[in-house]
Design a protein around this ligand. Sequence first.
Ligand SMILES: O=C(O)[C@H](O)COP(=O)(O)O
Length: 413
Amino acid sequence: MGDFYQNGIITTLHNLSKRPLDEMEAELCRFAKKRPLGLILPCLYSELETEAMPNITRHLAQVPYLDEIIIGLDRATEAEYRKALKFFSQLPQRYRVLWNDGPRLRNLDDELIAEKLSPREPGKGRNVWFCIGYMLSSNRVESVALHDCDIVTYDRELLARLIYPVANPNFNYEFCKGFYARVADGKINGRVSRLLVTPLLRALKKVFGPMDYLDYLDSYRYPLAGEFSFRKDVTTDIRIPSDWGLEIGVLSEVKRNYATNRLCQVDIADVYDHKHQKLSADNDAGGLSKMSIDITKALFRKLATNGIVFNQETFRTIKATYFRIALDFIETYKNDAEINGLSLDVHSEELAVELFARNIVKAGNHFLDNPMEAPFIPSWNRVSSAIPNFMDRLYEAVDLDMAEFGDGNSDKV
Ligand SMILES: O=C(O)[C@H](O)COP(=O)(O)O
């Protein structure tokens, strides 16, 4: 059990009482009568073949308060889409599986390409965006949760706690982010969050002085968590990045659109573990290295829109300041690990910090060379204004795909 401290400028909802799940779910069932509840799952086909997703789906099958589950399926062939439909048919709720690589959704994407509105990069951002489009056109739910599909420690209590703040009609929150301690197998994980994001935010505050936006981001206890929930209207006019800047981008957008008393974070799990990526892969084109570059670029772009002027010198100063702060953090994490009987490999932590420091300069140079580049996906408001019946056709295309390739089992309500 944690403390009840309120840090920063958004509300933190703690786990103070180990409340029984059935009691919480009964309450959510009552809330769902006023605010129908949904779930979005951005999923890779390959994740269905891991241990995580079968466990997640078994848990979801027991959730009594969801009106709609929208699964965005990436990187699936026709045979794999068919298998996926069979896999999800164990869900008793109404569910839809978006075959993002299938001909119907690809044809729709061609129309977006022609209007220069298509999400540019493949990946989670694009997947989430199509799921949101489907959710808006289906118009069945009022509040929605979204979580990753690689959580190996999944328990349906995570979902109940994640959706509660936007489900309770007495609460005024528009957006809620999950947080947890990423500790597993005797180790402290969450390398990008701990070793890049937090020290970089502190370094930026030191270099540029106090800034509301930086204090805001620094208030999130796990800014990179893939778990968040929101009221439906949040999604019509946010522009989300299509790359790894997705999580930071969503936090920036909700800050731009809402007062901070409409935003919160909630403790969703005692333990959390997921698939770990390599530190670096394919010459920075993959792994945590690519993630760190995308996130840093997203931060620099946002600061530029807040009036900050960058040049080569500023990036060198940020790198040096970051490096010193990050090394101090390693000592903090090491001691935190030790008092808890956990292990922390100082050498690999320092290797990660050295890589991230280099990537700060890379991200900075990229920003200077391409000041107008922004991998943002257009808002759904904009798509509807450019192609008025697009959303209806997206809705129809998903139904047609499911009817053609499934066993007609999906319409349980
Ligand atoms: O949240 C993070 O920091 C990244 O997703 C990396 O996480 P990991 O260190 O737990 O793999």
